[in-house]
Each structure stands twice: as C-alpha cells, then as structure tokens.
Design a protein around this ligand. Structure first.
Ligand code: NAP
Length: 246
C-alpha cells in the first residue's frame, strides 16, 4: 500500500510509534525512526522493520529542540533521498493537579508534544512539498478534545496540535499535502502502564468497549491516513478511543 514511499515517524522506539513504524514497513514504506533516549529499543524496531525488505534508519533526536530537529531532518533527507509521510507521534505526559503543576512540567510537555510537532513539520515541509502527495499525521489525544483532570499541560498541548494541524492542512493544500490528526483514548503502552485510573476499573466504567486499545488499532488508522485511500481527507481528527469521548 505504501511501496515507494518514505515515512518519518517520531517516537518510533516504543508504543504507538513502534506499531506505526512496523505497519508502514510491512506495507512497503521505507522508514526513518526518531527516538529520544532508548537506542536499544529503537535498534530493535529498526531491525524488525528492515526484515520486511525496506530501508530502515534510526535517529536520536530531542524533537523539542529546534536546531537539533533541523540537523536530524536534514540528515534524514540526505539518507533517504525524499520523504512523503511524516508522523508526529513523540509525546510525553507529566500529570499533576493544576495547583501542584510546576512551570517545568508545563513547559516540558508543551515543548515535546506541541513544539516538537511544529519543528518536524517546519523542517520537513520543503521535502514533503516535492513529493506528489505528502501526508502529515499528528498524534493528539481525546484530552485535547475534552480536557482531562491533572493534564492542564498535556490537554493544552494536544488541543494545540489539532489547531496547528488544521492550519497546516489549509496552508499546504495547494501542494497536495494532507494533514490529519489521530486522537487516541486509553491505549496500552508505557505511557498508560502506571495510570491509577487503569488499575481502579475506570476503563470498564468509562469506555463503552470496556477495554484499552492496542497500538496496532491506532497504527491501522495511521496506515489509512498515509495511503491514497485518504487522498481527499485533510484537517480531520479521527478518534481511536473505543467510544470514550462520544
Ligand atoms: P510511549 O510508549 O511513552 O512512547 C513515547 C515515544 O516518544 C518513545 O518512542 C520515546 O522515545 C519518544 N519520545 C519521548 N520524548 C521524546 C523527545 N523529546 N524527542 C523524541 N522522542 C521522544 O508513548 P505512546 O503511548 O506510544 O504515545 C505515543 C503518542 O500518542 C504520544 O504523542 C501520546 O501523547 C499519544 N497518545 C497516547 C495515548 C495512550 O493511551 N498511550 C493516548 C492518547 C494519545 P524513547 O523510547 O527514546 O524515550
């Protein structure tokens, strides 16, 4: 479905980003994996992707750092020749009640989730414009739609990702680039592994499907949005939340 394409996936070493990377590779895309610290996990994903017969390269980068992101994006373009798909998936959460949230916890979450998304769109747009039909897919969250207690920082960042994506969708439509958003609910990854809500039976209470989603259930939507099947969809937010936010 994606053969001949090259995809950049941030936060590709674990969780949802890992599932998207492997799904894309399985469907024929060359993949550039971006990770923050976990070199061993990234190398493991890279090897699994390569086993599908595609080119797979891994890059360490703090997406929140504008200059570092530029350097890595330039290196990716040099190594991979072209990029036609960008998935901004790297993200962190630092949850506290508003009254206990430090300035650092607020800034860090905004910088990785929101500014990191800006950085990669900004630095890779020139090469995406050269492909005949570029695709940008940004990971938001139902927190960005509804607001979630203890997540002033995260909800604000993820709402910002949605507004940014709609702006990018409008600005880059003339270059035949789509920009869409996936808003997951509770997905089984490291990010949700220590949530007390999960342990306390909240999922069974709040999610109509009465279970968490899997990274693969998010990856299949990311595959659809990266494919020509989604060629006339832009500025859209697709929730993958088992009905949590309806
Ligand atoms: P995860 O398992 O915690 O993995 C996070 C990934 O992001 C890792 O690959 C990590 O790299 C990378 N990363 C973190 N900070 C980074 C930075 N500064 N620069 C570059 N990479 C960085 O997370 P996940 O649950 O898969 O979440 C993926 C995305 O979906 C996030 O944007 C998250 O907000 C969103 N989301 C998740 C859920 C959920 O329930 N899991 C729900 C809604 C939205 P290292 O391995 O090197 O640390």
């Amino acid at each position: 479905m994606l053969s001949g394409q090259t995809a950049v996936i941030t936060g590709a070493s674990r969780g949802i980003g890992k599932a998207i990377t492997l799904t894309y590779a399985q469907n024929g895309a060359n993949v550039a994996l971006v990770y923050a610290r976990n070199a061993e996990a990234a190398e493991d994903v890279r090897q699994q992707a390569e086993a599908f017969g595609v080119k797979a390269m891994a890059y360490q980068c703090n997406v929140a750092d504008y200059q570092e992101s530029k350097k890595v994006c330039d290196q990716i373009v040099a190594d991979m020749d072209s990029v036609s798909i960008l998935v901004n998936n790297a993200g962190i959460a630092k949850d506290y009640m508003l009254l206990k949230m430090s300035e650092e916890a607020f800034d860090e979450v905004i910088d990785v989730n929101l500014k990191g998304t800006f950085n990669f769109i900004k630095h890779l747009s020139p090469t995406l414009m050269k492909s005949s039909a570029g695709k940008i897919i940004n990971l938001s969250s139902v927190s960005g739609l509804m607001g979630t207690p203890y997540q002033t920082n995260y909800s604000a960042a993820k709402a910002g990702v949605i507004a940014m994506s709609k702006t990018v969708a409008k600005e880059l439509s003339s270059k035949n680039i789509t920009c869409n958003v996936i808003a997951p609910g509770f997905i089984k990854t490291d990010m949700t592994s220590s949530l007390s809500l999960v342990a306390n039976g909240y999922i069974e209470f709040a999610v109509p499907f009465r279970r968490m989603g899997t990274p693969e259930e998010v990856a299949s939507v990311a595959l659809f949005l990266a494919s020509e099947m989604a060629s006339y969809i832009t500025g859209e937010v697709i929730r993958v939340d088992g009905g949590l936010s309806m």
